[in-house]
Design a protein around this ligand. Structure first.
Ligand code: CA
Length: 244
């Protein structure tokens, strides 16, 4: 179990923000390592056991993107990027480089804590859970062993690409997937011509698995970035599509 007492490396050069994060994380039972410099962050990361990295992108020495790239070259430790509003491009680039998620500044601490919990839960699943045979998400059952998908107990027919897209979403549920990452995972390259096809497949999949395709609760759109498959739906939640 990594969720309690997990060690979080905070890489943030604004002293007030860094100490606010440090205080809140410590109060929530996390151990905190903190630095305002990218090179120091890499040094700490190499020396200490770190379960998760909170990473500001604008640092005084090397960029957060470089820190992200160098951590990802050696480790799959979750990285959550702290990005300022006007750096859309950097944020998406960080995600393409393998960051797991982002929180836009200015942020509420509750939002950061929630994203940390999701990332640590996914890490736990990966460490403990090798190949999951079946995954239940609300009304949906993904049966990897028999390669089939049930919605409210009924098998639904998916094309091979739809199945593969859903498999990617479910395996990475909770994680923010950029369009580039999805294109690479589906078709091996991130050619821009494929972006439209991706949107079409997502729309088709929503028609088949979302009880209310117009108000998706499973495949969530993250504007300007990509998609996130919900990790927050309870197994008992049957999503009745209520029309008021
Ligand atoms: Ca900064």
């Amino acid at each position: 179990m990594v969720t309690f007492g997990a060690t979080i490396l905070v890489v943030e050069d604004e002293p007030e923000l860094a100490s606010a994060l440090e205080r809140s994380l410590t109060a929530h039972g996390y151990r905190v390592l903190s630095t305002g410099r990218g090179e120091d962050a890499l040094g700490l990361f190499a020396r200490a056991h770190v379960d998760l990295v909170l990473l500001d992108l604008l640092l005084p020495d090397i960029s957060g993107l470089e820190v992200c790239r160098r951590i990802r070259a050696v480790s799959s430790t979750p990285i959550i990027v702290l990005s300022v509003k006007n750096s859309e491009h950097d944020k998406v680039e960080a995600l393409d480089l393998g960051a797991d998620d982002y929180v836009a500044k200015p942020f509420g601490i509750a939002e950061v804590l929630a994203r940390i919990r999701v990332a640590l839960r996914r890490l736990e699943r990966q460490n403990g859970g090798s190949a999951e045979e079946q995954v239940l998400i609300g009304p949906l059952v993904m049966d990897f062993g028999r390669r089939r998908v049930l919605l409210k107990g009924r098998e639904i027919a998916l094309t091979p690409t739809e199945y593969e897209l859903l498999r990617i979403f479910v395996v990475h549920r909770g994680k923010l997937l950029t369009r580039q990452m999805l294109l690479r995972m589906l078709w091996g390259s991130a050619s821009h011509d494929r972006v439209h096809s991706l949107h079409v497949y997502v729309a088709q999949l929503r028609q088949k698995i979302e009880p209310c395709p117009g108000k998706p609760r499973l495949i969530l759109t993250i504007p300007g970035v990509g998609y996130r498959f919900s990790d927050e739906v309870e197994a008992a939640d049957q999503f009745n599509c209520a029309h008021p």
